[in-house]
Design a protein around this ligand. Structure first.
Ligand code: SIN
Ligand code: FE2
Length: 216
């Protein structure tokens, strides 16, 4: 049927292979963004965004919090995962089932059918916030991919290679986009350039990024 073909082509057009192990799925979470934002509001009432210190004493410009069993934290002692929020000493808020379901679906599309996220880092970028080039390598299980949701104003994402000095590709991540990387691309360097002034109807002058991680 013509309509089915069109639908399939549409879906394929939104899926962009950026590497053997990397898939960008544009608009994947578009219809859930309002619900996701409500969940983030609930999470951040219990575990507010905070600017953490890097091991060398710099305060990050990105506000961070977590949900799920384990959360990523950084302090003067280093980067690590913790079951407790260091501010409240309480367990991080639960990962909403909607988050888990969408992340698992996106991972499946990208070629990772067994993804079981147990941690979820939530980053808030205000105008000017940035995230320097880094690898996500604090997870025990490097076989599982990273799944990233973008919400709010757009960001220029830097997609590098396995060495810090490798050339980076720049791509714009917009509200509703999902990026999945794993396999041979799992340890590629990546970062976010300073967020440019902008305004989004649902989130105003901010970008929120959620990354799902599997530690076990
Ligand atoms: C991250 O690398 O943890 C976040 C990436 C992003 O904000 O797009
Ligand atoms: Fe990262």
């Amino acid at each position: 049927m013509i309509t089915d073909d069109l639908f399939e082509n549409d879906e394929e057009l939104n899926q962009i292979r950026l590497g053997e192990g990397t898939l960008l799925i544009r608009h994947f979470i578009n219809e859930y963004t309002a619900e996701i934002i409500t969940e983030i509001e609930t999470i951040t009432k219990q575990a507010p965004f905070r600017k953490m210190l890097t091991p060398n004493g710099h305060k990050m410009s990105v506000g961070m919090t977590n949900c799920g069993n384990v959360g990523w934290v950084t302090d003067l002692k280093g980067y690590h995962y913790s079951q407790q929020d260091p501010i409240t000493q309480r367990h991080w808020p639960n990962m909403p089932s909607l988050f888990r379901e969408l992340a698992v679906q996106a991972a499946g599309l990208a070629g990772y059918p067994n993804f079981q996220p147990d941690g979820c880092l939530i980053n808030r970028y205000l105008i000017g916030s940035k995230l320097s080039l880094h690898q996500d390598k604090d997870e025990k299980n490097l076989n599982a991919p990273i799944v990233s949701f973008s919400l709010g104003i757009p960001a220029t994402f830097q997609w590098g290679g396995l060495k810090r000095t490798d050339q980076t590709e720049k791509l714009v991540l917009s509200h509703g986009d999902v990026l999945v990387w794993g396999g041979v691309d799992r340890l590629r360097f990546h970062g976010v350039l300073p967020i440019k002034s902008n305004n989004h109807p649902l989130l105003g002058e901010q970008r929120i990024n959620i990354t799902f991680r599997q530690l076990s």
